[in-house]
Every structure is written in structure tokens, then in C-alpha cells.
Design a protein around this ligand. Structure first.
Ligand code: GN1
Ligand code: MG
Length: 339
């Protein structure tokens, strides 16, 4: 891959002691451009930030600065690769009109589909442990990098608006999906009722399986990554996104509709992971809310994919025109299995 000019600025801004020896695109994220860069002594992850999705990078810096200060990372059983400050002490660097962020690279394997119930259990324990590590921080000190990110009520309204304004013809498969999601009003009511009863916590908010790095041999979680959406939320969000991505028999990008089911063993392993960390730590109501998390997070993701399709694919990276429609269809099948 050809070396872009920003690399030299990165080298200077982070005062690397040697030349950058290796530079390549890395990972499967839907949002940022991620590179793996290595000096002679250390590998790093460099990300060019998607400012259209994350309009407020300063809010992310605010949240990460709190975490750098408040979370005792040495006592965590995994690495939390928060960004490295540049020579000006900033967690983001503005270079040639774009925002960049550097963080330590953690070796290991990133999986898109879990291979065992034990792996599912480890994932749940790690994400629950992260919530526990931030429980002493008042949730109100966090800012919202994406306003209303997991507000199901708001996402439903945005979806309804997209249906009203879309340039696409709502027929066939699209109509079936629009009708299905439009009928989920009871989930929205249930969400609002949980919201009024649950405490807000520092949550990760993007607990899909590929936001973990496992040790090469799969025996433990080496790191929890993708920390941009950490903000105040509910424990059920983090449990729910795990259910969506781990307890489903097919991945989020699968079009094998007939094979989309809930793997009960993996679901139970996720629950066990959250219970093992959360008993006596989370409130009984928080533990009771977990099953609803799976439903609401699957619904919210389906709504978001479909909204993006209706708006002409302006948010998620896609590999083909119908991909957001297919993702929404995939989530519909999973939601039907969860309801
Ligand atoms: C996005 O960046 P990535 O792929 O980890 C999205 C999540 C969705 C996910 C669906 C900021 O996450 O909310 O769950 O795609 N992140 C943002 O795969 O919108
Ligand atoms: Mg990611």
C-alpha cells in the first residue's frame, strides 16, 4: 500500500523514535479507516476518524480522558487500549483536514463468529467487567459522542421519518421489512418503562464480538476495543448487543435467512458471564432487564440498518447496494426468534 503523507506527521506528533516500517489497512469496522502501523519497536493502531458519524470527537476525548484518569487499568484482566496522547497532550490529532487517533496494538485474534460457548462466556464476562470497572464514575460525567445512540424510542422516530421521506419505492421485501419494524411499538413501550427504572452506567455500547481481541489460543480475552461509544447507558445494552452478535447462529451479514436462530447454549453462556460478574454488583432490576436487552438491541440495529437503506446508504459502509436491507432482514429474523 502506498504511504500517505499524513504518516510523516503522525511520526512527528507522537515522537516515534524510529521510522514507520510497516503500514497497512486493518480490521472490519463499519465506520473508521483503521491502519496497523509499526515502528522498529512497537506496533500501533492508527485510525482516520469518520467525522460524519462521530461529529463530536471532543466528546470522545472527554470520555477517554475520564477513563484514563478513573479506571485502574492494571486491575483489569484484559487490556483497555485507550488512545495515546500526542506531544501536545491531545488524544486526537488533526492532520490535513482529518482527525486521527493512535492507540496501542494488541496482538491476538479478532473473531466474527464465536466458536464455543466458553468463548461466549469469556466475552460476556469481559464486557460486564468493564461496566463494573466504571461503576464508581458518575454516569452524568460522560458526554454523548452520538446523541441518543441507543435510544430505541428516538431510533424508531428516525425510522418513521425515513419511511415518510424515502426516495425508494416501498414494495416487496422493503415493504415487508418496513411493516415488521413499524409493528414493534410494544418493544418501544417496554424500553421506556425499563429506562425509567434502571440506573445509568458507563457502558461500552458496541459489544459485538469483533470488538474483542482474544488471546491467540482463545483461552482468554486479551483486550476490549472500539471504545468510541463508551458513554452512559444501561447494562442491558451491552448484554443485548452480545446476544445479537454471539447468540445468533448466523453472522450479521448472513443472507441465510432460514438458518437464523438463537443458539440457546451460547445465550446461556452469555447470561452466565453477566451473572458471574454482576451478582451483588449490578442491581436485581439490572439483572432482570438483561433478556430485554437482546430484543431491544436487535430491534435497534434492524431499525438503524433499514433507516440507512431508506436514506440511500449514507451511514454504514456497504459492499453492495442491498446490504443494509439484507442486514435489516437478518436482524428481523433474529428478533422474531428472540420475541
Ligand atoms: C457499527 O464500527 P463498528 O462496526 O464496530 C456501529 C454499531 C453497530 C455496528 C453494527 C458508531 O460498529 O452501533 O452495532 O456497526 N457503530 C456506530 O455492525 O454506529
Ligand atoms: Mg468495531
Amino acid at each position: 500500500m502506498q504511504r500517505p503523507p499524513f504518516l510523516e506527521t503522525v511520526r512527528r506528533l507522537y515522537s516515534f523514535d524510529t521510522e514507520i516500517q510497516d503500514f497497512r489497512l486493518f480490521g472490519d469496522g463499519h465506520i473508521h479507516q483503521t491502519f496497523l502501523i509499526s515502528t522498529a519497536t512497537q506496533p500501533y493502531i492508527l485510525q482516520r476518524f469518520n467525522i460524519e458519524v462521530f461529529e463530536y470527537p471532543e466528546r470522545i476525548s472527554h470520555n477517554h480522558a475520564i477513563m484514563l484518569c478513573e479506571i485502574d487499568r492494571d486491575t483489569l484482566p484484559f487490556i483497555l487500549p485507550l488512545p495515546v496522547a500526542n506531544t501536545r497532550g491531545e488524544l486526537f490529532s488533526f492532520i490535513d483536514g482529518a482527525w486521527f487517533r493512535l492507540s496501542p496494538f494488541v496482538p491476538g485474534t479478532c473473531v466474527n463468529e464465536v466458536k464455543s460457548t466458553h468463548q461466549a462466556y469469556l466475552a460476556a464476562r469481559a464486557f460486564a467487567r468493564l461496566i463494573e470497572a466504571g461503576m464508581h464514575i458518575p454516569a452524568s460525567t460522560f458526554q454523548e459522542p452520538i446523541p441518543g445512540f441507543h435510544d430505541l424510542d428516538l431510533r424508531y422516530q428516525q425510522f418513521s421519518q425515513a419511511v415518510a421521506e424515502t426516495q425508494r419505492s416501498v414494495s416487496g421485501d422493503l415493504k415487508e421489512l418496513v411493516d415488521f419494524y413499524a409493528e414493534q411499538g410494544t418493544l418501544i413501550d417496554e424500553y421506556v418503562s425499563w429506562k425509567n427504572r434502571l440506573p445509568r452506567r458507563m457502558t461500552h455500547n458496541d459489544t459485538k464480538i469483533n470488538n474483542l481481541i482474544y488471546a491467540e489460543d482463545g483461552s482468554e480475552v486479551a483486550a476490549v476495543i472500539d471504545l468510541d461509544t463508551i458513554m452512559a447507558g444501561y447494562v442491558m445494552y451491552d448484554f443485548g448487543d452480545l446476544v445479537r452478535t454471539v447468540a445468533c447462529t448466523e453472522s450479521e451479514s448472513s443472507v441465510n435467512w432460514a438458518h437464523i436462530r438463537v443458539d440457546q447454549d451460547r445465550y446461556d453462556a452469555l447470561m452466565q458471564g453477566f451473572q458471574d460478574v454482576g451478582q451483588g454488583v449490578f442491581t436485581p432490576e439490572e439483572l432482570e432487564s438483561l433478556p430485554f436487552g437482546g430484543k431491544m438491541m436487535t430491534c435497534i440495529m434492524g431499525l438503524r440498518f433499514l433507516t440507512d437503506y431508506l436514506k440511500g446508504n449514507v451511514y454504514y459502509h456497504i459492499r453492495y447496494e442491498q446490504q443494509n436491507l439484507h442486514r435489516a432482514k437478518n436482524q428481523m429474523h433474529l428478533l422474531m426468534a428472540l420475541l
